[in-house]
Design a protein around this ligand. Structure first.
Ligand SMILES: C[S@@+](CC[C@H](N)C(=O)[O-])C[C@H]1O[C@@H](n2cnc3c(N)ncnc32)[C@H](O)[C@@H]1O
Length: 165
């Protein structure tokens, strides 16, 4: 998909950011605005973050605006979402902070082994299946409380529970 194909888009404003997206091919929900800000406010300066299901970059870009001393690897498998994410990164002037990556979350997270302080998994129906890759992407913590080697960091896992879907 080329840049010239980004034509049938809407432009959506949220919390001081602007997001372009083509709603025919991409998920974008204003209902997540509160959740995006809730998470952005939890981020500490200097964190490295992986957003495994980044869409057009809404979580990642808002985090980079709220906490500019961060690096957020932002993965999406949908080429449409990836192209819009790149454009949204430029529009919101967060180049070098939000790093768009086109690919499967499992494969790409495994390339980022041991780098993350925080991982976002906003794909409610399937995110749990990607948990082992997410855990491997967290920082290694040598000599933790029990003296062994573990991982250290936060995972924001969005999932449905309580009902069969
Ligand atoms: C619910 S949307 C995420 C929305 C986004 N976080 C936001 O705030 O607008 C889920 C995204 O996950 C992507 N996705 C689904 N399976 C994936 C996979 N295996 N690897 C990477 N991205 C995937 C979809 O293309 C979609 O953009």
């Amino acid at each position: 998909m080329g840049k010239g194909e980004l034509e049938n888009h809407v432009q959506y404003r949220e919390s001081g950011c602007v997001f372009k997206a083509d709603l025919e091919h991409i998920f974008l929900s204003p209902r997540l605005a509160y959740e995006r800000m809730r998470i952005a406010k939890k981020v500490f300066p200097g964190e490295t973050i992986i957003n495994m299901f980044a869409g057009v970059g809404c979580f990642s870009i808002l985090i980079a605006k709220v906490q500019p001393r961060t690096k957020i690897y932002s993965i999406d498998v949908n080429p449409h979402a990836y192209e819009y994410m790149k454009e949204n990164v430029t529009l919101n002037k967060v180049e070098g902070k939000v790093i768009p990556i086109l690919g499967d979350a499992k494969e790409e997270a495994e390339k980022l082994e041991g780098v993350a302080d925080r991982i976002l998994m906003p794909l409610p129906e399937q995110a749990h299946a990607f948990l082992p890759s997410a855990v491997r992407a967290l920082h290694l913590d040598k000599g933790g409380a029990v003296g062994g080697t573990g991982v250290r960091g936060v995972i924001h896992l969005r999932c449905f529970y309580g009902k069969e879907r």
